[in-house]
Design a protein around this ligand. Sequence first.
Ligand code: NAD
Ligand code: IPM
Ligand code: MN
Length: 357
Amino acid sequence: TKQFDIAVIGGDGIGPEVVAEARKVLDAALADQDAQLTYTEYSLGTEHWLATGETLRDETLQKLRGHDAILFGAVGADPQDERIPSGLIERDLLLKLRFELDHSINLRPVRTYPGVATPLASEEDFDFVVVREGTEGPYVGNGGTLRRATPQEIATEVSVNTAHGVSRVVADAFGRAESRRGHLTLVHKHNVLTHAGDLWRRTVEAEAAKHPQVSWDYMHVDAATIHMVANPQRFDVIVTDNLFGDILTDLAGAVSGGIGLAPSASINQEASAPSMFEPVHGSAPDIAGQQIADPSAAVLSAALMLNHLGLSSAAARIESAVHDQLREWARSQTGHGLSTAQRGDAFVSRLTPAAVS
Ligand code: NAD
Ligand code: IPM
Ligand code: MN
């Protein structure tokens, strides 16, 4: 039996609620398989910070490095909660993990789900993947404030784009395009952001020469938001920087049927540290503690984790269970009345032999 040692960080708000369902589903999917997951829970996030003043100790980070993968819920305080500085936990825990564990590829698959309504006028299906750079861009904290709180204040936030960082994500994206429908779209804003835009464009051109089977085009990010709503079918693989990818994937989640459906994987390409699997959404303070969050994104992220661990048949079973259940809820119009746990249980029931009749 293959053993995998999983770190679980539920985090804040709905994070622990949805991760609990992902764990149930994982166990059900692996029950009759030759693989077993063991879990170590890490209580990190807002409560931990309030109690200890710590976000992520070095020794905790070291322990996390030893796991095969990390299943992550969400972090982030309620913006109304004035005890916690804005973004502290997000930067010092979540982004720190992505940077320290070198999660160069932030993979965010986007698709319609059979039967599930989207807010779009057309009912035509779509299926694309956003390959978001994960360790650079304006996220690195490079900038500063001069003459703070004076009328002469100047605040800068400098986007860092390295040849190393851009080329590895672009190469990954071309590889994915090759095994998908053979089309890649570079999304940037090189009409205005000329320095970084130029690096991204040259990097894509150079990589494209190595992948003659892949066609590619370029789109400014503002126009990309139009196409994502008007004609998402035109996308196969989108490669983009950290901030554009963040914004586009919330939009993508919304157009695919809801942010509660959108999974993601933060991947360490060299396997020099564990990759992390997390819903695209955040801690949703507006619905936290009510057991009404949609656990689908966390469950689908867990499926991405199984794929990454080489357990692709169990991953496929989870995906089918979620798709079939979503279709059934849409058909019978019953999903919305169910609690987070009841939805998790419904996925589980499709994975247990008794339900196969
Ligand atoms: P959010 O994604 O938490 O919520 C946006 C909206 O989507 C809210 O109305 C929320 O109720 C809804 N929503 C989110 N997930 C849902 C689910 N599973 N089911 C049903 N509805 C869902 O974004 P926000 O409100 O901008 O951020 C809240 C906090 O989360 C902030 O502190 C933010 O920094 C943090 N955040 C964390 C992550 C992460 O940990 N990966 C991601 C995004 C935001
Ligand atoms: C996401 C989140 C994070 C990001 C925040 C919480 C730092 O929005 O995972 O999409 O911007 O990457
Ligand atoms: Mn985001």
